[in-house]
Design a protein around this ligand. Structure first.
Ligand SMILES: [Zn+2]
Ligand SMILES: [Zn+2]
Length: 245
């Protein structure tokens, strides 16, 4: 079953390449291998760089000596160890994510995975790579899934897992829909999300897991996911996203 789904997916992405030949999102040049950025434009997408917040990877302009507090994470205790994005906000990254999510360009998943992979340059993720911690996509409720027809986190996790040689396991399920969060304050978001997830399969055997999402904004969603995974007995939960929003 899983294998035939894989074959179908490969066939489908081949069909997409044929129907929509890939071109660079930045300059329009033809690209290959289903990546929507040419080498030059890919290199021009700015990564997370020092100094950045140890909890959420928000980059600070200029030089900072000694410990600093990020306005997002001040007074916050997250259930995950840390969250690391691949890239900072940039027009190109935002455009790709927007088309991916709202224009349902599922074929951007690979390009976004390539950007997320940069997070693994962070030495704090070396252990996860060595021990082959699974990637766990942040789940969507099936009602939202029905509208979008795919879960964006899963479409990033799958190619990312291939690139890194890590398993991808849909271990979390969203058991109730949560109204859109964008207009809520952080405490309202956290209340809104409480108990929204369950661990769908036994997770005790993993020393740690890597939660995958497209954008890290306030961290409320991944915090609730991490809380659920920890309650199921997982010791280490880290978060990797494509972009720090
Ligand atoms: Zn280009
Ligand atoms: Zn922070």
């Amino acid at each position: 079953m899983a294998e035939s789904a894989g074959i179908l997916r490969t066939w489908f992405s081949g069909l997409l390449d044929w129907v929509f030949p890939t071109s660079c999102q930045g300059c329009g040049e033809d690209t290959k291998d289903g990546i929507f950025l040419c080498e030059d434009c890919l290199a021009a997408v700015p990564s997370i760089h020092d100094p950045f917040c140890a909890q959420c990877s928000e980059v600070f302009p200029g030089r900072i000596e000694g410990p600093f507090e990020c306005p997002n994470c001040r007074d916050q205790t997250f259930a995950f160890d840390f969250a690391r994005s691949g890239v900072v906000r940039s027009n190109l990254a935002m455009e790709l994510i927007h088309e991916f999510k709202y224009l349902r360009r599922i074929q951007h998943g690979r390009t976004l995975a390539l950007l997320a992979r940069r997070a693994f340059d962070d030495p704090r993720l070396a252990r996860a790579l060595k021990e082959k911690w699974p990637l766990i996509p942040v789940p969507l409720h099936r009602r939202r899934m029905g509208w979008r027809q795919f879960n964006q986190a899963e479409e990033i996790a799958r190619p990312l897992g291939k690139m890194l040689g890590l398993p991808v396991i849909s271990a979390l399920k969203r058991i109730r829909p949560t109204p859109t969060q964008t207009r809520l304050s952080r405490s309202q978001r956290q209340k809104n999300l409480k108990g929204a997830f369950v661990v769908a399969r036994s997770a005790k055997d993993w020393p740690g897991v890597i939660l995958i999402d497209d954008v890290f904004t306030t961290g409320s969603t991944v915090h609730e996911c991490a809380r659920t995974l920890r309650a199921a007995g997982i010791q280490n939960v880290v978060v990797v996203t494509v972009m720090r929003g």
